[in-house]
Ligand binder design. Structure first.
Ligand SMILES: Nc1ncnc2c1ncn2[C@@H]1O[C@H](COP(=O)(O)OP(=O)(O)O)[C@@H](O)[C@H]1O
Ligand SMILES: [Mg+2]
Length: 291
């Protein structure tokens, strides 16, 4: 086909060469050393007070994932604006819709079951980068919204059960989970669920109990307590990796412009199309309260 008549989809965009099986750059530790975290087989829990920097970390991780040739993001964001820019890079984008959240989790469970059946049939125990199967990265900005606010109690219970299954079994099926909450309390993150997350980031907390709920029992007594992070230090957190000692770090920060540029490029490299910004409905302005 002559170049002049080719639409953007007819051309192959320059693709990123990041892999979900590579470590993800998250920021710098207090000595200025870069912090990299492998995520393909990991679960990352992010918790702390509002404005601590949770969404900032989620966006940094999502940027890496969106730019990976072998990752398929599935995004849950009841606020729409944190992960919204990445919608065109995602297999599925779930907003403040409990039915959609549950249907999507059920679909993920089916995929996970199929992946385990495939592994069993091939006498294997986990998917690797050479299998040609894409990692499905499930990213939740604010679990508490789905676990305690939206929908009915029955739906919330189903959400929690499906979420727990994904966190518990996703690892070997290359279905990593990244989840954030501003409610580091035992009802949202019971210990049995917390301990499934190999990586945990504690942003500023108001009590040592909350910090310990995220990092693990006893860490505040040992001098690693997220209450020591000042409100004037957004983006600073304690990151604990499986079996290690918490590291104080500052997560990389992407401005809104950085995010839209990266998301636009990632969407184009995946689909051949630029990102689309949903046009506001003609009759609704941003400050309308009632329906
Ligand atoms: N790594 C960072 N470096 C500098 N400022 C940051 C960083 N992370 C967050 N901030 C600032 O803190 C604000 C709140 O961060 P956000 O990620 O939205 O917090 P949370 O999701 O915990 O409520 C941001 O709008 C930004 O101004
Ligand atoms: Mg947030």
């Amino acid at each position: 086909m002559p170049m002049s008549t080719a639409s953007p989809v007819d051309r192959i965009p320059v693709g990123p060469n990041l892999s979900m099986f590579d470590p993800v750059f998250l920021g710098l530790d207090e000595f200025g050393t870069p912090v990299y975290t492998p995520l393909a087989y990991r679960r990352l829990l992010i918790a702390g007070e509002p404005d601590g920097g949770k969404s900032s970390l989620i966006n940094t991780a999502t940027a890496h994932i969106a730019l990976c040739r072998d990752a398929r993001p599935v995004l849950f964001d009841g606020k729409l604006v944190e992960l919204g820019p990445w919608e065109d890079c995602a297999d599925e984008f779930v907003g403040a819709d409990m039915d959609h959240a549950i249907t999507t989790l059920r679909r993920l469970q089916t995929v996970m079951n199929n992946r385990y059946a495939w592994l069993r049939a091939h006498g294997r125990r986990k998917l690797t980068r050479t299998d040609g199967v894409k990692a499905i990265a499930c990213i939740f900005d604010e679990i508490a919204l789905y676990a305690t606010v939206l929908g009915t109690k029955v739906q919330q219970d189903e959400f929690i059960t499906l979420f727990r299954d994904l966190v518990a079994r996703g690892r070997a099926a290359a279905m990593p989970v990244i989840a954030a909450t501003q409610r580091p309390s035992i009802d949202i993150i019971p210990k049995s669920l917390r301990d499934l997350f190999g990586y945990r980031a504690a942003f500023r907390c108001t009590s040592s109990g909350s910090s310990d709920i995220i990092l693990g029992d006893g860490w505040s007594g040992a001098g690693f307590c997220a209450t020591t992070i000042k409100p004037t230090m957004p983006g600073v957190c304690y990151l604990i990796a499986e079996g290690g000692v918490p590291t104080l770090m500052k997560v990389a920060y992407l401005t809104d412009d950085d995010i839209s540029t990266l998301a636009d490029y990632a969407a184009w490299s995946r689909t051949g199309h630029r990102t689309t910004s949903p046009a506001p409905p003609a009759s609704v302005s941003a400050d309308v309260f009632a329906a």
